[in-house]
Ligand binder design. Structure first.
Ligand SMILES: [Zn+2]
Length: 55
């Protein structure tokens, strides 16, 4: 869920910019976009919710 507002209305978008000419590293990963508050950021920053329904 969104770390800014706590909404579950979050889209995950993969990106791939190929190899960075400056660092030589392959620049790819996931970004999130919150549809509730408009926040965006690295996919690793998303707050993973524990599965409470599986008690
Ligand atoms: Zn949000």
């Amino acid at each position: 869920m969104c770390p800014e507002c706590g909404s579950d209305d979050v889209r995950i978008e993969e990106y791939d910019f190929g190899r960075c000419s400056e660092t030589g590293y392959h620049d790819a990963g996931e970004r999130y976009h919150c549809l509730a508050c408009g926040a965006t950021g690295d996919g690793d920053d998303l707050v993973l919710r524990e599965d409470e329904e599986c008690a």
